[in-house]
Write a protein that binds this ligand. Sequence first.
Ligand code: EPU
Length: 420
Amino acid sequence: MKEVLKLEGGHRLSGKIRISGSKNATVALIPAAILSGSGPVTIFGVPEIKDVESLTELLEELNVSVVRKDSGHLVIDPSKMKNTPLVSDTVMKLRASYYFMGALLGKYKQVQMKMPGGCYLGPRPIDLHLKGFEKLGATVDYIKGDYHIKADKLVGANIFLDIASVGATINIMMAAVYAEGKTIISNAAKEPEIIDVATMLNKMGANIKGAGTNEITIEGVELLTGCSHEIIPDRIEAGTYLIIAVGAADEMIIENVIPHHLESLISKLNEMNANIEVEVDRIIVRQSNSLVGADIQTLPYPGFATDLQQPLTTLLTQATGKSVIKETIYAERFKHCIELQRMGADIDVGVATAYINGPTKLYGDVVTATDLRCGASLVVAGLIAEGVTEINEVYHIDRGYDDLDGKLTALGAKIWREKK
Ligand code: EPU
């Protein structure tokens, strides 16, 4: 039996919503915790999402104890850990299982694991991760579907990333914490999640400087220990609710946000004529009567996040005029446009570009969440559309949005699930 998510559109939303801990930080922090050579790591603010369940299963395969306490509080104790090959199907449930490569290589100088899975957004190679491991002294073999990565010892190196990849930056950082000497990652990615991972590793005893800039220096240390760490708020979840608020709310207060992490989105929404008030750690959105179209180009942080491009597409269908979206990170991240067209949107997709003509009325239909943020764009559409929208493959959404149904219901949305 499959589960579908249903939304009845047209109900104006109002009220407060609290943003959960960052998914993309969490999925790196959990593998990072196994680097402790002495004592448990306690992580606060862990979102209740399927990706966390999958990573917990992988920790259990490694004989790491994981205890989930109330309200997003996870205690990870790797004291009885075994470096078992990670070859179960769980590895393929998410992209971020690749962080176990860096963490296990860093700790044991050896790792065997399957190719990670995750959302299909066009080709998503991991060559930069692997080249980084090789620079640190590891050999990488791909045999019958498994990566075998090992080193006699890891030695610090200068590593230039051809592309400022989030995953490669974090993975190399984790592999280098125990390496002999100094590693310098140049053209490093600067996303806030990278700072969060470096902050936790430093609390554990690592010596990482420069996270959040394009040059990160890691001085190898002998031992990392347990620590306590609170995850930063999820800027993509916050951005999704900001977009929902602009499209469907009379007034919404979005709490537990770091507005600085959302500058590129807020500036774009302001350009579209949204009514947004930014406070220290919350954002208030009030109804705006006349949204206008805008052009967007996705870029690495602090540029416009590719993860928010999809939910924003839906809002642009409600804005007057022509909008153009250029996708420079994932050229094929436009599957949501086909689903939105089904609901009445006027969108043409060209090479790494979408052209949106607005405003168009959206109508509820049966659509498919082809990936996580496509799912978010369809939720935004379902809230705005006339009639009932039925979203298939809802598990994609559950991978990354904590209590979506509960949060939206509290704001006055009509959202429910059905088994079919
Ligand atoms: N790339 C390579 N080689 C590599 C690594 C990346 O060519 O070895 C390319 C990618 O194909 C892409 C670009 O570099 O064109 C950037 O990819 P990056 O490595 O930064 O992406 P990622 O680490 O795989 C993370 C997020 C994604 C988010 C991207 C871009 C996690 C777990 N995932 O992916 O989040 O879209 O950064 O910001 O942190 C999502 O949350 O829905 C999501 C897909």
